[in-house]
Design a binder for this molecule. Structure first.
Ligand SMILES: [Zn+2]
Length: 106
């Protein structure tokens, strides 16, 4: 994950695209995985599904939060994955594809 600066209490920071470094990112999906299921929120609604052992999301031992972002500039999408492992929160980035832009905007 790339941020435009380190942040302290009460500071806002801006996430940058992991591919091109631009700061115009949208949020088309958010997912939360528990030991029993994976819940995904998109513009279509909320879907609770069982984990797929050989597909995404991978099976993790702890909680996983997946923020899907899509860049306005390079159009690349990424899963920014926050997963709990042995008392630490590990942050992963993997490229993905989606045609959606935002869960919601007015
Ligand atoms: Zn980009």
């Amino acid at each position: 994950m790339t941020l435009d600066e380190q942040f302290d209490d009460d500071d806002d920071v801006v996430m940058l695209c992991p591919a091109c470094g631009d700061n115009y990112l949208h949020i088309p999906k958010v997912g939360v995985g528990t030991g029993k299921n994976y819940t995904e929120i998109t513009s279509s609604g909320t879907d609770v599904c069982k984990k797929k052992p050989n597909g995404f999301p991978r099976v993790y031992r702890g909680t996983v939060v997946v923020l899907t972002v899509r860049c306005e500039t390079c159009l690349q999408s990424h899963h920014i994955i926050f997963r709990f492992h042995k008392g630490q929160i590990v942050i992963e980035n993997e490229e993905t594809s989606t045609e959606e832009w935002d869960i919601w905007r007015d």
